[in-house]
Ligand binder design. Structure first.
Ligand code: GDP
Length: 360
């Protein structure tokens, strides 16, 4: 039957790695995320990227279209990348999964002209503490004097078209950045020279404004996930959903709702879920699962559409009763096959996870 086929496919499914963007204010985090969304939309067919609640999914096929010769899609079996839309290390540090970072990998955005700044250091400390693998996006290469912009091109192709003066000016900045990283105890290099991304930090020169170097960034993130995190990406895709609350938001017609990033399993309408609350874990039942309506240009009443189920990794809005006391950063877990003992076990897990988060 279809259900059986589904179950077989689900066994050992690989999920999308969750990516966070960090960096000093004004170094270009928001522009980078916008550009990734925008260029993915231009590049692919309709539906090439999906806007989730709080996150953007970029499938492998879109990455390989953007990256051209950089990517051989048969090298990858991870489905793509899921970018958390709220940049910055505040959201990064409050968003946990089982006590660790919710994001599997991070992009540290550094303005090539400005180099390391206080919030760059803060971000690095958080990445060190959580042991999160990251790449450095050396942003704003287009501001190099004499730069000849190459919209959306891989960075090495663009570099070939730059004057010697521009290239050497950019290189000075990049070497300074590599020096700063080494001062933090990271051996770093231009990403194309890095053999082992586990012990070396890859630096990707790019421009969030012109898009050059973005294909490289996406390729490096895919490679990093595929090489070193494939095991962690292997999920029980048909199992009970597990996620983290990004935000608790009032929505007209629904009351308090949860914006959730699901990182394991599946959540369905009607599921019993346990979510971390101010005093006690909240036990409730999913009334509706909501996703942004595709191409919702007009912020009209119906900005969401209902879906029956959502699979990890994904962002989703969960509408359910009794969510007023739910907290952002708290765990959410689906209880399935629900006898009382199963429910109590999940409540205990949620309590323990919350305690871990509050200690840090
Ligand atoms: P955030 O605070 O890190 O999110 O930074 P923003 O994305 O808001 O960017 C700060 C400013 O830098 C904005 O005026 C952007 O337009 C500009 N900016 C960001 N990336 C680039 C880039 O690659 N090139 C240029 N020339 N400007 C950029």
């Amino acid at each position: 039957s279809d259900a059986d086929t589904d179950a077989t496919l689900d066994a050992g499914s690989l999920r999308t790695p969750i990516v966070a963007v960090l960096g000093h204010v004004d170094h270009g985090k928001t522009t980078l995320l916008d550009r990734i969304r925008g260029s993915a939309v231009q590049e692919g067919e309709a539906g090439a990227i999906t806007q989730h609640i709080g996150a953007t999914a970029v499938p492998l096929s879109t990455i390989s279209e953007m990256a051209g010769a950089l990517v051989d899609p048969t090298d990858f079996d991870l489905p793509g990348l899921l970018f958390i839309d709220t940049p910055g290390h505040h959201s990064f540090s409050t968003l946990r999964s089982r006590g660790g970072a919710l994001a599997d990998i991070a992009v540290l955005v550094v303005d090539v002209n400005d180099g390391f700044q206080p919030q760059t250091e803060e971000a690095i400390n958080i990445l060190k503490r959580t042991g999160t693998p990251f790449v450095v996006a050396a942003n704003k290469v287009d501001t190099t004097p004499g730069w000849n912009p190459q919209q959306g091109e891989p960075i090495q192709q663009s570099l070939e078209k730059q004057s010697e003066r521009a290239t050497s000016r950019l290189n000075e900045n990049l070497y300074e950045l590599i020096g700063d990283l080494s001062g933090e105890g990271f051996s770093a290099d231009f990403y194309w020279r890095v053999q082992d991304f586990q012990s070396n930090i890859g630096v990707v020169p790019l421009s969030a404004m012109t898009g050059e170097g973005i294909p490289d960034l996406l390729t490096v993130l895919m490679g990093l996930s595929q090489r070193y995190m494939k095991e962690e990406m292997s999920v029980d895709a048909g199992g009970p959903g597990v996620g983290t609350v990004l935000e608790v938001q009032d929505e007209r017609g629904f009351g308090a709702t949860l914006d959730v990033v699901l990182y394991d399993g599946v959540v369905r309408e009607g599921d019993t879920v346990v979510v971390g609350g101010r005093d006690e874990p909240i036990v409730t039942e999913v009334r509706a699962l909501l996703q942004p309506r595709p191409n919702a240009e007009i912020r009209a009443e119906k900005q969401f559409e209902r879906v029956e189920e959502v699979r990890a990794a994904a962002g989703v809005k969960i509408a359910a009763p009794d969510l007023d006391e739910a907290m952002s950063g708290a765990p959410v877990r689906v209880v399935r096959g629900g006898d009382e003992a199963a429910l109590e076990a999940v409540k205990r897990e949620v309590r323990e996870e919350l305690a871990k988060i509050e200690v840090d």
